[in-house]
Every structure is written in structure tokens, then in C-alpha cells.
Design a protein around this ligand. Structure first.
Ligand SMILES: O=c1ccn([C@@H]2O[C@H](COP(=O)(O)O)[C@@H](O)[C@H]2O)c(=O)[nH]1
Length: 229
């Protein structure tokens, strides 16, 4: 099985991100570039990580009209990223446009859709006027995502067991909100430990602060692998 750990490089500049990348190896993890780092450092940073041998998940969570999202996904594919994502809330036509864009690209990245952010609770959804729990909404948006032909979803590992049972072994379950037991959840609301996430059926574990905020990120990454062994 390929390595399940994706490190979220949520840094304000390229030098800090590359300093972390230079302390770990592509055998131990893949790298996630999100909104803050990409807005600061751009495609050059993605290329610098690729030159070091890392698979890059470009986590820009596109959510716009179909034509705009298709163009953005095409641009991400041209960067040679390993994985790219959209918001499932953009709907069927948007997700199909994104899927068509990756299928037409020379370097087809994995295309996944965010269901319900792991920072959101049932109360948050109710406050936005939704009548579904986070769990119900994740399940519904995951079905829509699979029907649109995408490769998988982003959800909490709290939903992973039911998603795995409903969507089969090949559906990619990317789960942020991963914390070592006892770690502060911070702004996350649906958190799970690395071991429990894998046991529930996660394909990939996205880990940011538990690794990047550790005094020794390499030791923290090795701790994840020890927990999973
Ligand atoms: O539902 C989601 C989707 C994406 N994320 C991203 O994952 C990391 C998590 O960072 P931590 O420091 O481990 O909390 C971060 O980059 C988010 O943008 C998510 O948390 N939840």
C-alpha cells in the first residue's frame, strides 16, 4: 500500500515549507499545499516540492461555476500535481466539468471533492440552515461525488467506515482532522487519531499541526508510522 500520510504545509512562506520538506523524505509522506502557501508562493513552490520527489496534493478546494472550475482543475493538472480537489457543494454539473477536465489532461491527477469540512459540527450546519447532520450530509455528497465519476472525497474519518461500506475499496477517502490522542483539536470539530482513522477505512490521513507544530516534525511523522505499524 502507498504511504497514507499527507503533511499539510500550512506555512506563510516557501522557505518554511521547504525547510520542513528537507527534514522528511518522500518515502514517509506526501505534501499538501493549501490556500495560504499557494497564494504566497505559487506554482514555483509546487515545482520545488516535486523536484524533491514529493507527490503534491493541491488543496485549493475549487468552488465556482463549472467553466471556471474546469479551467482551474486543468491548470492544476498542467502543474503535474498528484491530487486536486473541488467542493462537492458546487453540484453535479460543476463536478462533471472538473472530471472532464482531468480526463482530458496529459497528467491526470486524482480528483476528489470536499463533503463537509472537518471544522464543522452539526450545530454549525444547523446555524447555516441545513436540516441534515454532518454525517448525513457527508453521505449524501459522497454519493453525488461518486455518481459524477470523481475518485473520492474529503471527509472526517468519523464518517470513513460508513463511506467505505457504501462506496467500495477503490473510492479514495482523504481524511483531515487527524490528531494524536490528547492533542488540542484547535478549530477542528470532527477529529480522529491516526490509528482509528486507518482502522475506519481512510485511504489518506491529512496531518498539519500535529506534525508541523511539533518540536521535531520528523519524530512526529515517525510516531504516526509507529502508530500505524
Ligand atoms: O475538511 C477539511 C478539508 C481540508 N482540511 C485541511 O487539512 C489541514 C488540516 O490541518 P490540521 O493542522 O491538521 O488541522 C488544513 O490544511 C486544512 O485546510 C481540513 O482540515 N478539513
Amino acid at each position: 500500500m502507498s504511504d497514507p500520510v499527507i503533511v499539510a504545509l500550512d506555512y506563510p512562506d516557501a522557505s518554511q515549507a521547504l525547510a520542513l520538506a528537507d527534514r522528511v523524505t518522500p518515502e514517509l509522506c506526501r505534501m499538501k499545499v493549501g490556500k495560504e502557501l499557494f497564494t504566497r508562493a505559487g506554482p514555483g513552490l509546487v515545482e520545488a516540492l516535486q523536484e524533491r520527489g514529493f507527490d503534491v496534493f493541491l488543496d485549493l478546494k475549487y468552488h465556482d461555476i463549472p467553466n471556471t472550475v474546469a479551467g482551474a482543475v486543468r491548470a492544476a493538472a498542467d502543474l503535474g500535481v498528484w491530487m486536486v480537489n473541488v467542493h462537492a457543494g458546487g453540484g453535479q454539473r460543476m463536478m462533471e466539468a472538473a472530471r472532464n477536465a482531468v480526463e482530458a489532461s496529459a497528467n491526470r491527477p486524482l480528483l476528489i471533492a470536499v463533503t463537509v469540512l472537518t471544522s464543522m459540527s452539526d450545530e454549525d450546519l444547523a446555524g447555516m440552515g441545513y436540516r441534515e447532520t454532518a454525517h448525513q450530509r457527508v453521505m449524501r455528497l459522497a454519493s453525488l461525488t461518486q455518481d459524477c465519476g470523481l475518485d473520492g472525497v474529503v471527509s472526517s474519518a468519523q464518517e470513513a467506515a460508513e463511506l467505505r461500506a457504501a462506496h467500495g475499496e477503490d473510492f479514495c477517502l482523504v481524511t483531515p482532522g487527524i490528531r494524536f490522542a490528547g492533542d488540542a483539536a484547535g478549530d477542528q470539530r470532527r477529529v480522529v487519531t491516526p490509528r482509528n482513522a486507518m482502522d475506519a477505512g481512510s485511504t489518506y490521513l491529512v496531518m498539519g499541526r500535529s506534525i508541523t507544530g511539533a518540536e521535531d516534525p520528523l519524530a512526529a511523522l515517525k510516531r504516526v508510522h509507529a502508530e500505524l505499524a
